[in-house]
Design a protein around this ligand. Structure first.
Ligand code: ATP
Ligand code: MG
Length: 239
């Protein structure tokens, strides 16, 4: 038995000759934030698709709370606590914020979707915007709504694909604060794909670095930042 809420072993996804992801081992402990970084096309989104079941594995295995879920579909994995947000916003334009979150919660089979929605909205400081039509929200608020939609039904694992994309420095900082609070208050573990290095190095407990579908480094932020291979492959002079 492992203490990991999430574990991947030798996960691979190949598209014909393209090895988008090739032999990836990742772990996530309870309440942990793991940053996942790497250049464009390194396979970060694909590995999220592999974990959620959106893409079929070419090879390997995905475990959720010690159980092999590799053969299960997206919906079943979501029911078991594995949730995600997408690289682009998945907010429905014409529906009020609260309605949308309630609906998402209801779809999850939550017994009290109103209470669940209320709690999630409060958690992300969206409660006062419940009656606002989603498309009237500011972009930063829409990204918070994305996160709210991923949080219904009390997931244990959140896979976030560039949640800060397009946000101002202040908005990114706010969202990062929310994420940290969530891991404490809701005991959620987060796999965070993000290009904003200040955010990733600031809030991750551990960081995994991808290059060409493989893990080239993993460890605490300070170790990863000092790794010569990482500096060469990715951080460049920015480090
Ligand atoms: N459906 C597909 N068919 C063929 N190749 C694909 C497909 N989806 C992704 N790829 C390839 O797989 C590799 C990994 O792509 P992926 O989108 O996972 O990278 P990423 O790390 O998320 O990049 P970015 O930072 O730009 O979002 C790329 O070479 C991409 O072109
Ligand atoms: Mg991507």
């Amino acid at each position: 038995m492992s203490d990991y809420v999430l574990k991947t072993q030798d996960v691979a996804i190949h598209y014909g000759g393209v090895k988008a992801v090739d032999g990836v081992a990742l772990t996530l402990e309870r309440g942990q934030i793991r940053g996942l970084i790497g250049p464009n096309g390194a396979g970060k989104s694909t590995v999220i698709d592999a974990i959620t079941g959106r893409r079929r594995l070419t090879r390997g295995r995905v475990e959720l709370a010690g159980e092999d879920v590799s053969a299960l579909g997206v919906v079943e994995r979501r029911r078991r606590g594995l949730s995600r947000s997408f690289q682009r916003t998945s907010v429905f334009g014409r529906m009020p914020v609260r309605k949308q979150v309630e609906l998402a919660s209801h779809k999850m089979g939550t017994t009290d979707s109103e209470a669940d929605a209320d709690e999630v909205l409060r958690e992300l400081a969206l409660d006062r915007l419940g009656d606002v039509i989603a498309s009237d929200l500011g972009y930063g608020e829409q990204r918070r709504l994305d996160l709210a939609l991923a949080l219904v039904g009390r997931p244990t694992v959140l896979l976030l694909d560039e949640p800060m994309a397009g946000l101002s420095v202040q908005e990114s900082h706010d969202l990062a604060k929310h994420l940290q609070a969530l891991t404490n208050r809701r005991n959620v573990s987060v796999l965070l794909v993000e290009h904003d290095m200040d955010v990733v190095f600031g809030i991750s407990d551990e960081i995994t670095v991808f290059e060409l579908g493989r893990v080239i480094a993993a460890g605490r932020p300070a170790e990863v930042r000092a790794d010569p291979r990482v500096r060469e492959a990715y951080l460049g002079s920015a480090a």
